[in-house]
Design a protein around this ligand. Structure first.
Ligand SMILES: NC(=O)c1ccc[n+]([C@@H]2O[C@H](COP(=O)([O-])OP(=O)(O)OC[C@H]3O[C@@H](n4cnc5c(N)ncnc54)[C@H](O)[C@@H]3O)[C@@H](O)[C@H]2O)c1
Length: 254
């Protein structure tokens, strides 16, 4: 079992920290005593959010690996190290398949939603290792666990984040680095802006942001690694149990 952490004096980097879930998590963790660095492509809102919580902001486009490296270096130089990272920057795609495919939007979604998490991991893990351990949460989605007919590229991105976390998490646990994924249903941020009315008229629940932050906070403090927690209306945040998936080895008799 990995030792559980608390937030007091911990240095936390949050990508996509200027708005929505990242911003709210920054506020929560700062209130719990963390030193928070918000990293985002949106400078104005990011600087304002950081000022409100007594944290720091660095402009960072997660599509570029060196910008994630720069964000980690900034956190380390500003606060002396890095203990936790929320790899959270993400977009809805605006891109379907076939007639509604758009190469530019497709590449943008892949670059932000999956490359950004990979580059964030590559940048954060060595810094956590230098601290002797730490905790990383990647913001996946319920769309990483279930079918999303209206945005299959987003579903593919988020399934990739789930696969990444599940695959890498157990290995890094051996070094005291927790790596887990959070899988919220529809939450009350601007990312659902384009289809909020459809959700509301269809009776689809929209989760308050603070409930998702509860789930992220719990996952940061968890002694697990390589798991995905779901946050959905009408249920407590909980680990999603993957069941009955055959492993790579052949079963007896096949
Ligand atoms: N709100 C939901 O319903 C919901 C549900 C499941 C998962 N998510 C995921 O939660 C994460 C946060 O989204 P949100 O709901 O808070 O939306 P949001 O739009 O409020 O926040 C997303 C943030 O990511 C930033 N960002 C976008 N492109 C970036 C880039 N290239 N580099 C750095 N930052 C960039 C944006 O500027 C913004 O601050 C995303 O990964 C999203 O896919 C959201």
């Amino acid at each position: 079992m990995l030792p559980a952490m608390s937030f007091s004096e911990k240095v936390v980097l949050i990508t996509g920290g200027a708005n929505g879930l990242g911003r709210a998590t920054g506020a929560r963790l700062a209130a719990a005593g963390a030193k928070v660095v918000l990293a985002d492509i949106e400078q104005g809102p990011g600087e304002q959010a950081a000022a409100e919580i007594g944290g720091s902001f660095i402009r960072c486009d997660v599509r570029e690996p060196e910008q994630s490296e720069r964000a980690v270096a900034f956190a380390t130089e500003t606060y002396g190290g890095l203990d936790m990272a929320l790899l959270n920057a993400g977009v809805s795609t605006g891109c379907g398949l076939d007639d509604s495919f758009d190469l530019e939007l497709y590449r943008r979604a892949m670059a932000i939603n999956i490359d950004g998490v990979v580059f964030g991991l590559n940048a954060a893990i060595p810094a956590l290792r230098r601290r002797g351990g730490g905790s990383i949460v990647a913001t996946a989605s319920l769309a990483g666990l279930t079918a999303v007919p209206f945005d299959p590229i987003y579903a593919a991105n988020k399934h990739a984040v789930v696969g990444l976390v599940r695959s890498a998490g157990p290995a890094y646990a051996l070094e005291g680095i927790h790596l887990n994924g959070i899988c919220p249903g529809f939450a009350d941020t601007r990312i659902i802006g384009d289809f909020r009315e459809n959700l509301e008229s269809g009776g689809v629940p929209i989760i308050p942001v603070e409930r998702v932050v509860d789930g992220i906070e719990a996952l940061f403090l968890s002694d697990q690694s390589g798991v995905c927690h779901i946050v959905q209306a009408g249920m407590e945040p909980q680990e999603f149990r993957f069941r009955n998936i055959p492993g790579p080895k052949a079963t007896e008799g096949t």
